[in-house]
Design a protein. Sequence first.
Length: 201
Amino acid sequence: MTAVEEIVLKRLGRADYCSTWESMRAFTRARDDSTPDEFWLLEHAPVYTVGQGSPLKAVPGAIATIKTDRGGDITYHGPGQVVIYTLVDLARRSIKVRRFVWLLEQAVIDYLGGRGERKAGAPGVYVDGAKIAALGIRVVRGRAYHGLALNVDMDLAPFSAIDPCGFPGLRVTQLRDLGVTDSFDAAAARLAHLLLEKLDA
């Protein structure tokens, strides 16, 4: 592996959504062909985010709703959900967008020991029809940002106020409800390791 192919892991703790999003955009604008890729591991305070292809709709309650520039529809982020933002130069690694999405999903499926599955036309990972991981990316000049969110041990109630990822009645689940006892930090580290393996393969 050359130095330019190495991936820098940053653990950001609990981070504000808007400032993190702007930091991702700034990083992507400023990077050049020698900038190492980065994974940002974090969790957000409660927030709904809406992808660029979907209309912004008010959600009843006190949780803010933010229109963002990733792909996908509406989802919820909150404490106990591992978010990995994948700032990856896809062009430099010769990875097509569809393949990159597949790699993100496969890392979660491997984490689940094969219990997870894909759904045609609905990016993310599901267990028995319930969504456990959502993903949305944006690619600018061949460079990706945004990434993947895995429900670990969180309050799932806010999902009931929306149609997760635009699908009415879609159930959501989390590692804790599947009997997986990994802590937030352990889940973040393991998922990041699996993603690193996928990109290096």
